[in-house]
Design a protein around this ligand. Structure first.
Ligand code: TMO
Length: 316
């Protein structure tokens, strides 16, 4: 009797031990977590920030330079593990298209409302270069103010790189501003910042694509107010393009196997949320302070341990 009791007790204790051990310590695979880098500063710095957080948890990390639209298909098929800055206006369509095919999961949302839109630096408003701004209707009377040597006397809107957008801003200018305006694509994010700097120096009007959160929030950037966005308003979605961009979300995405292969890293990633100030500061370290993306990430991690350390122990 005594031995039977003891044996049963040992078995029960063994099961309980195995069970609790199993729930607290499913180990992450040593396979690298593949993080994409794109062509704007906060995204690249945040890639190294998140990679640094994963490494602090003992994970292996790999970085790949990836196309900003095709990356969602790459995540779906598992070539890339995560995306940490899915901007609604610019990438929402590609993100959901990949999700609909199966293999991409929504891994949560940053605490940062976003806007990706054309606008003018605050000083263009302060100098009243185009009375009535930021209402888009004011632009109809100001085309000449925003003319550039390459615009043939028309007002010029400097769009972001073509890798971010299709024709949505071209269609919108045609639909709402007509023939007095042209849209040109910048070659890079740096070309946008160079244009802002030279326009300021020359005291001339300029209208460029930009976004928030970004380093430009600190100095002041005023987005043009267009008729409100609604689902389907863009030509590419069947509408007439007479709309602005959404005040949108900033999401994280992951391959559907990531929670299974790297449960600890996934738990951390799913909790991670950066706010506008944090995202703006990641960009500013590069675009204002001229640090490399990697050094900026190191500094950011060192300066913000209180913000990210708690993510590494979620559920433990
Ligand atoms: C995706 N971006 C923030 C550059 O608009």
């Amino acid at each position: 009797m005594y031995t039977i009791k003891r044996t049963v007790g040992a078995i029960v204790a063994g099961i309980m031990l195995a069970f609790s051990a199993g729930t607290i310590s499913a180990a992450d695979s040593s396979a690298p977590i593949v993080i994409p880098t794109h062509n704007w500063s906060s995204q690249v710095v945040m890639a190294y920030v998140i990679g640094g957080i994963f490494e602090s948890m003992g994970n292996n990390v790999e970085y790949v330079s990836a196309d900003t639209q095709k990356v969602y298909e790459a995540i779906r098929i598992g070539d890339v593990t995560i995306s940490h800055e899915v901007w609604q206006s610019t990438f929402g369509k590609s993100f959901y298209a990949a999700m609909a095919k199966g293999g991409v999961i929504d891994a949560g949302t940053h605490h940062a409302p976003t806007l990706e839109e054309v606008g003018v630096p605050q000083w263009v408003i302060d100098k009243n270069l185009c009375p009535g701004l930021p209402d888009y209707k004011a632009l109809k009377k100001c085309a000449k103010v925003f003319a550039t040597p390459d615009s043939g006397g028309k007002g010029r809107i400097l769009e972001g790189p073509q890798s971010w957008h299709g024709a949505e801003y071209v269609d919108r200018a045609e639909a709402l501003l007509g023939n007095d305006w042209v849209v040109k694509f910048a070659g890079s994010a740096d070309a946008l910042w160079a244009e802002l700097a030279s326009a300021k120096k020359e005291g001339r009007g300029t209208i460029v694509f930009n976004w928030t959160p970004n380093f430009t929030d600190a100095e002041g950037f005023v987005f043009i107010k267009w008729p409100p966005y609604y689902l389907g308003c863009r030509k590419q979605d069947g509408g007439d393009s007479k709309c602005g961009s959404p005040i949108g979300w900033l999401k994280k995405a992951a391959n559907y196997k990531f929670p299974k292969t790297h449960p600890k890293a996934y738990m951390a990633f799913s909790q991670m949320s950066f706010n506008a100030g944090q995202i703006g500061s990641m960009a500013a370290l590069v675009d204002i302070d001229k640090m490399t993306h990697k050094d900026a990430a190191k500094k950011w991690l060192a300066d913000n341990e209180d913000a990210w350390k708690p993510y590494t122990t979620v559920g433990m």
